[in-house]
Design a protein around this ligand. Structure first.
Ligand SMILES: N[C@@H](CCC(=O)N[C@@H](CS)C(=O)NCC(=O)O)C(=O)O
Length: 295
């Protein structure tokens, strides 16, 4: 029998499984947004995930001294660190499986969306939920999480940082409007199907759902459609039983409108297909009906 020439055979992870070093709360729920994005990346490529559980304490010991940060994966004996490097590795090593970052332009745009979401949402929510984050972590992690997160927050006590969160939480949903508008017009950031941009953006909300003992978004937030579909992907990958609902924020008199009820208008939201398509906007900005419109 002829030996099969295997130069073009795509490698397959052993038993179709990739090992993932998780960063978990006491409930076993993933806490790190970077690990969340990696879980979705592995599932998107069609692999099973073999989870190595654990919290903040002992990452170096668990990984044989290879890393202080998670995620890390092991694919058929090969270690890969860092969520972005993992996604790029998976696309490079398994080009025949669904692509995570199909075009070079996706990476900078995703980094922009994620950076904006971290500034707009994770930043304020960190200051609202950081005590829950510590309290929900493994008991052996409490002291480490308290010390390191208080240092991150300039030495303030976690109890003091979260004070007044009921006033700050209602300020976040209106700031998410540009993101909401995109997802009203597109099923996924990836278009017809989710890609790595969706997973990086979802990871912000997955992190939040893992710690939000009081909800950050109103019941009727239009983001709910994309969030629910995203959490349900891959057999409900984002539905750990210990996660909290993102919805149910109750507004008080004087709180800002959480999302825009007005129809999308203006040059960003509409397509110019000729004068008829811009007529009502022209009427409004000119202060009266225009007469120039032909057909
Ligand atoms: N650039 C890294 C960042 C990973 C990272 O910072 N992970 C955090 C969790 S969100 C961590 O492992 N923290 C351990 C600690 O705080 O001791 C990646 O994208 O994977």
């Amino acid at each position: 029998m002829l030996a099969r020439h295997n130069a073009t055979v795509t490698p397959v992870a052993k038993n179709n499984t990739i090992t993932l070093y998780d960063l978990q709360l006491a409930s076993g729920c993933t806490i790190s947004p970077f690990v969340w994005a990696t879980k979705y990346a592995i599932a998107h490529k069609g692999f099973e995930i073999d989870i190595v559980p654990g919290g903040f304490t002992g990452i170096m010991e668990r990984t044989g001294g290879r890393t202080e940060r998670l995620p890390a994966i092991v694919d058929d004996g090969e270690w890969i660190l860092d969520s972005w490097l993992i996604a790029e590795y998976l696309d490079r090593k398994y080009p025949d499986r669904p692509t995570l970052i199909g075009d070079p332009g996706i990476k900078p745009l995703t980094e922009f969306i994620e950076g904006w979401l971290w500034q707009t949402a994770i930043g304020p929510w960190f200051g609202c939920y950081i005590k829950d984050y510590r309290d929900l972590s493994l008991p052996c992690d409490h002291e480490y999480v308290t010390t390191t997160r208080e240092n991150m927050l300039g030495g303030k006590k976690l109890e003091d940082v979260v004070k007044g969160r009921e006033d700050r939480l209602p300020q976040v949903p209106p700031a998410l409007e540009p993101f909401r508008q995109i997802l009203k017009r597109h099923k996924w950031l990836g278009g017809e199907a989710p890609n790595y941009a969706d997973y990086r953006a979802l990871s912000v909300f997955l992190w939040t759902a893992s710690v939000a003992t009081t909800p950050p978004l109103t019941d009727d937030d239009p983001l709910r459609d994309w969030l629910d579909r995203g959490f349900d992907l891959y057999g409900g990958l984002g539905r750990h039983p210990a996660m909290h609902s993102l919805f149910g924020l109750k507004l008080r008199p004087g709180d800002p409108e959480p999302w825009s009820k007005a129809p999308a208008m203006g040059g960003l939201a509409t397509r110019n297909t000729g004068p008829q398509s811009t007529k009502s906007e022209t009427d409004r900005i000119k202060g009266g009906p225009t007469t120039r419109v032909t057909s």
